[in-house]
Design a protein around this ligand. Structure first.
Ligand code: NAD
Ligand code: UDP
Length: 329
């Protein structure tokens, strides 16, 4: 009997060191890579997603893994989870402009009510809460590149505001949960991220351009094409997110992205070149409130986290093109 009790207490001791992590939005593009990485580290992962802008396909390869649990749930409703949770990553939110402009109320409610529900869960479980915020909190920036200290330039009633203002509200809510209830929080501001597993028709520029180029169809360029973005390959982004969670005594907000800036017109030319496509570039009217420039200042991430993205745009685009070529549906 004594030996049996000892066996169970050793087992309990062993499992108390296994981190139990919840990833909201874990079936999405970035979230699915985060689940992969957390499982590789030996964590137990609870993925919470309502598949609003994804399908179970992104996490299908994890379904047989006993350390992985999928909960289909809309975070706008309170969530009860048995047992301990050590940390919560909140990536749940439509992210493509097409998605959030089609689902503006769902987007605002997910950032506001959904984030609130997960913060209450963090408080209940004493779990560290990491939030995926965005470069969109800077809006159409008047400061370039964007530092974390910049307050932004957002049209609060424009078509992008459901996303921008939702994320800005979420940051405020998170900071006040930390101030008022001592919830341990972390905020990362993610800049444009791309890679395999993006949905072919998710509406974002890289998936659109690659899909059009592979079909030898015209690439639809919105506006004059001189607006800029800085694209980060998904493995670099996940590395930054994990580094942020690992770093003690640093809650951010911190910019994560690749500062390699490019005009959208040049991006179109690169995609045509790397796909050996016969496509031409067709110019369409620009979209409302489209930010004219965007580039992260990653001094803080580099100093505090040792974050340094290492996949160049050329290599990342080639890897993404290869994946799109092999995953035609
Ligand atoms: P995505 O659309 O592929 O993933 C979002 C996931 O959240 C999807 O699986 C979706 O079904 C889920 N979701 C949405 N609303 C939900 C709800 N109410 N309840 C439960 N699940 C819900 O987008 P992504 O590119 O992987 O982005 C992930 C996160 O990173 C988002 O929060 C986004 O705002 C942020 N972000 C992404 C980028 C980028 O370039 N990819 C840039 C800045 C910020
Ligand atoms: N864009 C484009 N063609 C497309 C999709 C997007 O020219 O098919 C432009 C868009 O107007 C913006 C940039 O590419 O200037 C990046 O758009 P995306 O939707 O990928 O992300 P955003 O940074 O705007 O959230």
């Amino acid at each position: 009997m004594l030996q049996r009790n000892r066996f169970f207490s050793i087992l309990e001791y062993h499992f108390s060191f296994i981190m139990r992590v919840l990833v909201a939005g874990g079936a999405g593009f970035i979230g699915s890579y985060l689940c992969d990485a957390l499982l590789r580290r030996g964590n137990e992962v609870i993925c919470v997603d309502n598949f609003l802008t994804s399908t179970p396909q992104n996490v299908a390869h994890l379904q047989g893994n006993s350390a992985f649990q999928m909960i289909e749930h809309d975070i706008r409703k309170p969530l009860a989870v048995d047992g301990k949770i050590d940390s919560i990553y909140n990536l749940a939110c439509p992210a493509s402009p097409i998605d959030y402009q089609n689902l503006p109320v769902e987007t605002l409610e997910t950032s506001a009510i959904g984030t609130g529900n997960l913060l209450h869960l963090s408080r209940e479980k004493n779990a560290i809460f990491l939030h995926a915020s965005t470069s969109e909190v800077y809006g159409d920036p008047l400061e370039h590149p964007q530092k974390e200290s910049y307050f932004g330039n957002v049209n609060c009633i424009g078509v992008r505001s459901c996303y921008d203002e939702g994320k800005r509200y979420a940051e405020s809510l998170i900071i006040h949960f930390s101030r008022q209830f001592s919830v341990k929080i972390k905020i990362v501001r993610i800049f444009n991220t791309y890679g395999p597993r993006m949905r072919k028709h998710d509406g974002r520029v890289i998936s659109n351009f690659i899909t059009q180029a592979l079909a030898n169809e015209p690439l639809a360029l919105y506006g004059d094409g001189y607006q800029t973005r800085s694209f980060c390959y998904v493995s670099d982004m996940v590395d930054g997110i994990l580094k942020m969670m690992d770093m003690k005594n640093f809650s951010g907000p911190v910019n994560l992205g690749n500062p390699e800036e490019i005009s959208i017109r040049s991006l179109a030319k690169h995609v045509i070149e790397y796909t050996s496509s016969r496509s031409e570039i067709h110019t369409l009217p620009s979209s409302e409130d489209d930010p004219k420039v965007r580039r992260p200042d990653i001094t803080l991430a580099s100093k505090k986290l040792g974050f340094s993205p290492d996949v160049s745009l050329e290599n990342g685009l080639k890897l993404t093109i290869k994946w799109f070529t092999n995953n035609e549906d």
